[in-house]
Design a protein. Structure first.
Ligand SMILES: Nc1ncnc2c1ncn2[C@@H]1O[C@H](COP(=O)(O)OP(=O)(O)OP(=O)(O)O)[C@@H](O)[C@H]1O
Ligand SMILES: [Mg+2]
Length: 349
């Protein structure tokens, strides 16, 4: 089974893992609020009563109750493990006090009740999978479009400029020397425009990513960042094999956005970018030593910023894990892990 993505926003849970397992390993896998003590006791009582009634009477209609209680558990933020353990405890307690006359039938009914109760979780899990798949498709589409626009800019516009160069050259020949030097200046401007278009096309979709691979594309990205900002970047790129294209594109976009953020917000003296892999997973970390920020601002819903939310969606669509840490005066770090296991990609060990 693929790992469920865990998204952690600093300030809400300090590290990946704490968000899913609370005290005594309680699994809070649900959506919505978290159960309070009172509502927890109430839910347990209702579950125990409904289960007891079904064990006694075994009516089809009572299974609907199991489903409703499962949904209520989900809505209150209970996890599937918690629900199963609660079910188990109730049966254990009841059967110790009153051993069932027909254990086989009781066991079957208990199983059917539990299956109904957890079906709400199953549906949510599937819905989550569908949403991730849709996101993945959307990102693939966006990347394809980006590639198309980049090539149109790069090749289409470059061709037009080349024709313009020839025409100006022609024109220059028919002009007196003073006019020729004006044309030369104009052609220099054209060269600049061509350079800028080329840079823009590479930014939209770096050809190196397709042709030379992630490491080469990242190196170009980092070099142009340092050239523009003067901020040195320490790189640790270790990629012994090509990764699936959607992973390489995602890692590139993450580093691109993280460096953009460093340029815009961090006032950093230096940055470290690490992209490494193991046979079963890839890792990416971008850390700066800048001013940092209030962690609550990082994924502000309804805020102006889209960059980090975009990163979160991309990682989520690939079933990966993202953690962003930031604090005033202590820089910002983005950490990503994406599993390679279970992907249709020829893995070499
Ligand atoms: N490296 C960083 N250093 C300091 N603050 C940061 C850093 N990265 C992000 N932030 C803070 O987090 C906020 C959200 O970042 P995000 O990338 O989502 O949006 P943005 O950069 O403001 O806008 P956009 O990415 O849409 O152009 C930023 O506005 C900034 O306050
Ligand atoms: Mg940004």
């Amino acid at each position: 089974m693929s790992a469920k993505p865990t998204l952690v926003q600093p300030g809400r849970a300090a590290a990946i893992g704490k968000a899913t397992a609370g005290p005594k390993g309680r699994h809070k896998g649900g959506i919505g609020g978290v159960a309070t003590q009172a509502s927890s006791a109430d839910w347990k009582q209702r579950y125990a009563a409904a289960l007891a009634a079904y064990l006694r009477e075994g009516k089809e209609l009572q299974l609907q109750r199991a489903y409703e209680l499962g949904r209520a558990a989900l809505g209150e933020g209970r996890g599937v493990v918690e629900l199963v353990m609660e079910h188990h405890q109730i049966l254990l307690r009841d059967w110790t006090l009153r051993p069932p006359a027909e254990p086989r039938q009781a066991l079957q009914r208990g199983g059917a009740f539990l299956r109904e109760a957890i079906s709400a979780f199953e549906m949510t899990h599937r819905g989550f999978g569908d949403a991730s798949a849709a996101l993945r498709r959307m990102h693939e589409f966006v990347e394809k479009e980006a590639k198309r626009i980049a090539y149109a800019l790069h090749d289409g516009a470059a061709q037009l400029l080349a024709v313009l160069h020839l025409k100006l050259e022609d024109l220059a020949r028919s002009l007196p020397p003073a006019g020729r030097s004006r044309v030369r200046e104009t052609r220099q401007l054209l060269d600049e425009i061509e350079g800028q278009l080329r840079a823009l096309a590479h930014e939209i979709r770096p050809a190196a990513l397709d042709d030379l691979g992630l490491t080469a594309a990242l190196q170009t990205l980092v070099e142009s960042f340092t050239q523009r900002t003067g901020i040195p970047v320490h790189c640790d790129f270790r990629q012994s094999q090509r990764w699936p294209p959607e992973i390489e594109t995602t890692l590139y976009r993450i580093v691109q956005e993280a460096l953009n953020n460093v340029r815009k917000h961090a006032r950093a003296r230096s940055v470290t970018v690490a992209v490494t892999g193991q046979p079963d997973a890839v890792f990416c970390a971008i850390q700066d030593d800048g001013v940092g920020c209030d962690p609550a601002r990082l994924f502000q819903p309804g805020g102006d910023g889209l960059g980090l939310i975009g990163i979160r969606e991309r990682v989520q669509a690939l079933g990966g894990k993202l953690e962003v840490r930031s604090a005033h005066g202590q820089g910002t770090g983005i950490f990503v892990r994406i599993n390679l296991e279970g992907r249709s990609w020829p893995l070499k060990s």
